[in-house]
Design a binder for this molecule. Structure first.
Ligand SMILES: *Cc1c(COP(=O)(O)O)cnc(C)c1O
Length: 367
């Protein structure tokens, strides 16, 4: 039997995804023309499903790319003529920052040590930064950027476009869309869908900035520039042949999550996170990486593995029980574990995982 995945991404699929995929094949969705009426219906259902799930205003745009990584590049190409600023709290936010330099732009950053959150009192963003990049859930460290802190940034820097990476937290946080200009995610994490689709929401102010950059004679990219994405989105179409199956599944699963009830999904996520962090604190061979509660991720739960135990031993012991958890990110791989806490991870499954972990015993480690 294949293992059940608690990895942060790709993660276990949402439990309805497979049934919808079978329907899609039966209906011929994977070979549908992206210039057909039927495709426009699929696009509209995906965009409206996402809008409803996140509570995005009607006048926000919803467009699709191949990944969240692509959206990093598109944000820089479309919104920055000279300077971007990045709040770096781990590997994903650092990679976005690096893209600025690679595109010949001036990227600046404020950085915290791995596993820590930002004290906004110590963050100073230059007033002429055009884009401020916030990683709301830094998947490498399990570090959370509280939504109230996004509001604080908005108050301090009203003229700067704020872009929020919510790749591994959607659909959990309740966002206030008046506090930022863009939010984006990819679907293989909290949404529990097959990889290969990025979802990009932004407001008119961001679209205006791209138009302005274009009008000044500069490049904003080619097929996936904001103006070309919007020209096609107006007809519920895409500039290139998209991941039609992925869009179909996104619309269906977004609606399934709405039917399950967001309040309930959120309450369960909080509850499961509290249980797992409680275990990390209790077990002699583990400790939560993020010390401050308000900076602890609700959806990617990271722990240091102590007492001479390696993450590989933990992963292998759980693998034998049919459960796969994540190891640390990059250099932290040997000494950390990461457990995803997404809507598809039911309380029953999470308790089963904790029971197995509770029963693990290591030579020389007591408790
Ligand atoms: C996974 C991840 C990305 C990249 O997503 P892709 O779909 O691989 O492009 C970006 N940001 C964060 C926080 C992530 O967890």
């Amino acid at each position: 039997m294949r293992p059940y995945r608690f990895t942060p991404g790709p993660s276990e699929l949402y439990f309805t995804a497979e049934r919808h995929a079978m329907d899609a094949f039966r209906e011929g969705v994977p070979s549908l023309s992206h210039r057909s009426k039927a495709f426009e219906g699929i696009y509209a259902e995906a965009a409206e499903g996402v809008r409803a799930l996140l509570g995005a205003p009607r006048d926000w745009h919803v467009v699709f790319t191949s990944s969240a990584t692509e959206i990093w590049e598109r944000l820089l190409q479309n919104c920055v003529e000279r300077q971007s600023f990045h709040l770096v709290n781990g590997a994903f936010s650092r990679r976005f920052f690096a893209f600025a330099g690679e595109l010949g732009l001036e990227g600046h950053k404020a950085e915290v040590p791995f596993g820590e959150g930002f004290d906004l009192g110590a963050v100073d963003v230059p007033q002429d930064a055009e884009l401020l990049a916030v990683t709301q859930n830094e998947t490498s460290a399990g570090a959370w950027f509280p939504t109230e802190d996004i509001a604080e940034l908005r108050k301090r820097y009203p003229d700067t476009l704020i872009a929020v990476d919510a790749v591994s937290s959607v659909p959990h946080p309740q966002f206030d869309f008046s506090q930022f200009d863009s939010l984006y995610f990819s679907v293989q994490k909290g949404m529990g869908l097959p990889a290969g689709l990025g979802v990009w929401l932004f407001n008119e102010r961001l679209a205006d900035k791209a138009e302005k950059k274009l009008a000044s004679g500069r490049s904003v990219g080619t097929y996936h520039s904001v103006p070309s994405l919007l020209a096609k989105a107006a007809k519920h179409q895409t500039p290139c042949t998209p991941n039609v199956l992925g869009l179909y599944l996104l619309g269906k699963v977004a609606n399934d999550m709405l039917d399950a009830g967001l309040e309930r999904l959120r309450a369960e996520t909080e509850q499961k996170a509290a249980f797992v962090y409680g275990f990390y604190e209790r077990a002699a061979w583990l400790q939560p990486l993020v010390k401050e509660a308000r900076h602890r991720s609700k959806t990617v739960l990271v722990a240091d593995v102590l007492g001479g135990v390696s993450s590989q031993q933990v992963v292998e012991a759980l693998q034998a029980k049919g459960l796969t958890i994540g190891r640390g990110y990059g250099a932290y791989k040997p000494k950390q574990i990461r457990i995803a806490n997404f809507p598809t991870h039911s309380k029953e499954r999470m308790f089963q995982l904790l029971d197995y972990m509770e029963a693990l015993a290591w030579e020389g480690v007591s408790g």
